[in-house]
Design a protein around this ligand. Structure first.
Ligand code: SF4
Length: 236
């Protein structure tokens, strides 16, 4: 199959596709993959996370596709009110196909549980890029852009009220903030009818174990309480 045949799959205008968010785009063949990063993924391309996962596992919109064992799409409640976005898969995630596994994932579950939140009920977890960057480097802007259509589709399908941005890459790519995480963590950013909050990445907390007032763990405790309070407010 030629690149042209695959690219032609997305010859629908974003406006036309957006008018029917879950309808199959005109000319869409579910067996084809949007190969070129220059061709946007129209809103409404996917009607299930499973279909999107199948595409991501065959995707080569950026070079990261050459390195993956498994694309890492996400885990948690597919209709969660909170979406947590990290940077990209690490080695364990690449092997298991699940995000935030290992020690970071265990700590994240503990942080959520401290305010009675769970990935089973309240949170869906995903990443900016779905394939592991070599040596766990930060994804490039081109890689993040190539993958952004998938994340946008996830946001549309999960439709969360709150989006938590763990770390600088998620902040930069979802809300355009380039400041350091320590400066903006804990602040609400209202955009497109959703509430975004930058928070520390659990891996950062593992490297900074201090529980002193004003330290990373103490600040995370403030932030997760604010998230729970916002969720309760939105649900009331
Ligand atoms: S990181 Fe995203 S865009 Fe790049 S190959 Fe993987 S799924 Fe495709």
């Amino acid at each position: 199959m030629s690149n042209e045949e695959q690219i032609s799959l997305f010859d629908v205008t974003p406006t036309a596709a957006a008018s029917s968010p879950v309808a199959t785009p005109v000319g869409f063949d579910p067996d084809l993959i949007p190969t070129s990063a220059k061709v946007p993924i129209p809103t409404g391309t996917y009607d299930s996370m499973a279909k999107m996962a199948e595409h991501c596992n065959r995707c080569h919109r950026c070079d990261l596709g050459a390195y993956r064992t498994n694309a890492v799409i996400g885990r948690g409640n597919l209709k969660a009110p909170i979406l947590l976005v990290g940077e990209g898969p690490g080695q364990t995630e690449d092997e298991t196909g699940l995000p935030f596994t290992g020690k970071s994932g265990q700590l994240l579950e503990k942080i959520l549980a401290s305010v009675n939140l769970t990935t089973e009920n309240d949170v869906f977890i995903s990443n900016i890029v779905k394939c592991r960057p070599p040596e766990n480097r930060v994804p490039t802007t081109d890689e993040a852009n190539a993958c952004s259509g998938y994340l946008k589709e996830q946001i549309r399908m999960v439709d969360p009220k709150i989006i938590l941005l763990t770390g600088a890459t998620a902040m930069k790519n979802l809300v355009g903030i380039k400041q350091g995480i320590t400066k903006v963590r804990g602040q609400w950013i209202e955009q497109d009818g959703r509430f975004y909050m930058p928070i520390f990445h659990p891996a950062y907390l593992l490297r900074n174990q201090s529980r002193d007032k004003g330290g990373p763990k103490w600040l995370m405790w403030q932030d997760i309480q604010a998230v729970k309070a916002k969720l309760d407010e939105l649900r009331s």
